[in-house]
Design a binder for this molecule. Structure first.
Ligand code: IDP
Ligand code: MG
Length: 150
């Protein structure tokens, strides 16, 4: 079982896509672990995107993420990291596969609606950055045995 950090970015929230994006993750069979609707402090945005510091789009990225509230979430399931990246689609909506969130709702790389962790290491550090241990809910669903093989 893997956990991954997922965020509906300000454009997704402003465009009323929170429900749609959660629905897609639920439909996939993933299990919600944590969710927090919040404004993002500049310092948190900078820590989250530290890996991109110095890149040409970095300043705009920090402005975008702090411009309006986001929905921060953690989801779990087998191969959750790859599954969520696939559901969101490639970084640029123009390259994202049809049926993915970024394809179906986006056009521009700088307005690509969601974030999802890209590796087990980053998933662990991003979940720890955005949530306290007490905010992560350990629970079982009645449907788990029909979705998870083990
Ligand atoms: P990811 O979100 O698919 O993991 P990253 O390469 O990690 O993509 O980039 C982080 C975020 O930075 C992207 O989701 C997008 O919002 C933004 N970004 C990346 N490249 C560009 C760009 O060339 N122009 C504008 N924004 C970009
Ligand atoms: Mg990334």
């Amino acid at each position: 079982m893997e956990r991954t950090f997922v965020m509906v970015k300000p454009d997704g929230v402003q465009r009323g896509l929170v429900g749609e994006i959660i629905q897609r993750l639920e439909n996939r069979g993933l299990r919600l672990v944590a969710a927090k609707f919040m404004s993002v402090e500049k310092s948190l945005a900078e820590r989250h995107y530290a890996i991109h510091e110095g890149k040409p789009f970095y300043k705009g990225l920090i402005e975008y993420i702090t411009s309006s509230p986001v929905l921060a979430m953690a989801w779990e399931g087998p191969s959750a990291i790859s599954a969520v990246r696939q559901t969101m689609g490639a970084t640029s909506p123009i390259e994202a596969a049809p049926g993915s969130v970024r394809h179906d709702f986006g056009l521009e790389i700088g307005r690509n609606l969601t974030h999802a962790s890209d590796s087990p290491e980053n998933a662990a550090s991003e979940i720890a950055l955005w949530f306290s241990k007490a905010e992560l809910v350990n629970w079982k669903r009645e449907t788990d045995r029909w979705i998870f093989e083990k």
